[in-house]
Ligand binder design. Structure first.
Ligand code: E4P
Length: 218
């Protein structure tokens, strides 16, 4: 499973990259706003900086909601850096834009997926990734992980190459369950990724090893 970090924070992206396990980055307009990145030039420069830090795909979301606007914005984003993936919302206009980019060989990530039907449409349009939002479904008392399983089944039935990018992942158990269900990618915060490191028996075991070594190596 590929690990993407879901942030526009450069320090966190660098920390995940330094760990050696990072496969890419996802951003969205809210994450960019959280970092205080605003204005066309600054936003484009920030995406380029992220691409220079990481080796893999970097999702950059269009703001336009009409077909022509999405095409124009998406082409500008794609021209910025070869690692850019144009992130497009799951709408009727978005599906048309995904189809256009797919025929042009430009990678896309269809975002705001909350049903298997939406994922199926995006795959048929040729999306590189679909992003089902696990955490936001959990937030409204709907099991987000069930959606990952449904999409996996459908994509496997027909051999769709579209990758399932489990998004809105919030914690370690989301990551593990997404891995068990066969998500191709997960995107989550640095805290969820680092949470996988932790086990009290690892800490106590290491402390014991070091104490025993110290006793005989004075
Ligand atoms: C997906 O690409 C989104 O950026 C993200 O995963 C949304 O996560 P949230 O629901 O925690 O905001």
């Amino acid at each position: 499973m590929k690990f993407f970090i879901d942030t526009a924070n450069l320090e966190q992206i660098k920390e995940a990259q330094d760990l050696g396990i990072l496969d890419g980055v996802t951003t969205n307009p809210s994450l960019m706003a959280k970092e205080g990145i605003s204005g066309y030039n600054k936003i484009m420069a920030h995406y380029k900086t992220i691409c220079d830090i990481v080796d893999g795909d970097v999702s950059a979301e269009v703001i336009a909601t009409d077909y022509e606007g999405m095409i124009k914005e998406g082409e500008n984003l794609a021209a910025l850096h070869p690692q850019i993936v144009v992130k497009i919302p799951m709408t009727k206009e978005g599906i048309k834009a995904i189809k256009y980019f797919s025929t042009k060989g430009i990678k896309t990530n269809c975002t705001l997926i909350f049903s298997a039907g939406q994922a199926l449409l995006a795959a048929k349009a040729g999306a590189t990734y679909v992003s089902p939002f696990v955490g936001r479904l959990d937030d409204i008392s709907t099991n987000g992980l069930n959606l990952i399983a449904e999409i996996r089944l459908i994509f496997d039935n027909y051999g769709f190459e579209t990758q399932i990018l489990a998004a809105s992942v919030r914690h370690t158990m989301h990551i593990l369950h997404c891995a068990q269900l066969g998500a191709d990618v997960m995107t989550g915060p640095l805290s969820a990724i680092l949470g996988l490191l932790k086990h009290p028996l690892t800490d106590s075991g290491l402390a014991q090893f070091l104490a025993d070594h110290a006793k005989t190596n004075k």
